[in-house]
Write a protein that binds this ligand. Structure first.
Ligand SMILES: [Zn+2]
Length: 317
């Protein structure tokens, strides 16, 4: 090989990352939302979100839907890059419409409708389960048929955990929001009866670390649940974007040190992706392999993506 070609291929080799690793980093965002029912229709919401995903190489996003119309809209236009999920149980809104999702069925998707969409594959996840906001326990009677459907169709379930948001944050900024809000319900221990009843369920805990160190029992229960159920994963949304970086760093190190680095998944909760990535890159103790796992591999395993789809995500045509 002529010398200049040798150096050329050497530089290409390094540009592509050592040992053949591509520098391109596909991302799976496990935590996104189409607008809540109460939101003023943001005409460009889908366009804006899809542009944000594309700009950061988010190849797949779990998108929470709040009505059947919204599901149709997103499924028609954004099916390659999103997995449609369904939100429940939604909190009461003291204004009209009186629930933040599925207002015709008191904040829950209608069961026959949900089953038809799970069967067809149009809905492939339940997310975000809003127990804190709604004030009912995950093991409540009302939820049983939904857990049973998640198990029957083997779909992943994202649960809002930990005690936030505090009054005045997120949708609690709306004075009409959530008369039954109960932060204690976000303790992951409340998922134990559900996991005992449906041990195969793939559940991911959302917002892990979002109380910082203020409630140590939440850390104890989170780590215990992860230890007892290998099919429980988590996202650090809000902890990774809004909380001080020290809190985020402590959370991620605590999880990695406890042996759960292979269960942490990336979630933005619709916060801008770039600052989250910058904060993650600033955590020096994370290796590039751990970063890649958090950004893509852990979620790909949790979602059981096929080798073919993983190849396509790594090398789009
Ligand atoms: Zn969320």
């Amino acid at each position: 090989m002529p010398l200049f070609r040798f150096f050329m291929s050497l530089s290409l080799f390094f540009a592509a990352g050592c040992l053949g690793q591509p520098t391109r980093q596909p991302i799976i965002d496990m935590h996104r939302h189409a607008p809540l029912i109460s939101s003023t229709p943001a005409t460009n919401n889908m366009k804006t979100q899809l542009a944000e995903l594309e700009a950061h190489d988010v190849v797949l996003a779990l998108m929470s839907m709040t009505s059947s119309e919204q599901l149709d809209e997103w499924s028609n236009k954004a099916s390659d890059s999103t997995i449609a999920a369904v939100m429940m149980p939604c909190p009461k809104n003291l204004a009209k419409p009186d629930y933040y999702c599925f207002p015709d069925h008191e904040g829950m998707p209608e069961l026959a409708w949900l089953e038809a969409n799970l069967k067809s594959g149009k809905v492939r996840a339940l997310h975000e389960l809003m127990f804190n906001y709604d004030g009912t326990l995950p093991s409540s009677e009302r939820m049983r048929p939904y857990w049973a459907l998640a198990e029957k169709y083997d779909v992943v379930v994202g649960v809002h955990t930990w005690s936030g948001p505090p009054p005045g944050a997120s949708i609690r900024r709306d004075p009409n929001c959530c008369p039954n809000y109960d932060g204690e319900i976000g303790n992951p221990k409340n998922l134990r009866p559900v996991l005992e009843m449906y041990p195969g369920l793939r559940i991911w805990l959302q917002h892990v670390g979002s109380d910082g160190d203020q409630k140590p029992e939440l850390w104890t229960e989170t780590l215990a649940l992860l230890a007892d159920y290998p099919n429980v994963y988590l996202d650090l949304s809000i902890t990774n974007s809004v909380l001080p970086i020290e809190v985020y760093e402590t959370a991620i190190i605590r999880l990695v040190d406890a042996g759960f680095g292979d269960r942490i998944m990336f979630g933005s909760d619709n916060m801008p992706v770039n600052p989250i990535l910058e904060r993650m890159n600033a955590i020096e103790s994370l290796s590039s392999t751990q970063r890649r796992d958090i950004l893509y591999n852990n979620a790909a395993n949790f979602l059981r993506l096929s080798p073919e789809l993983r190849r396509r995500h790594a090398n789009p045509t």
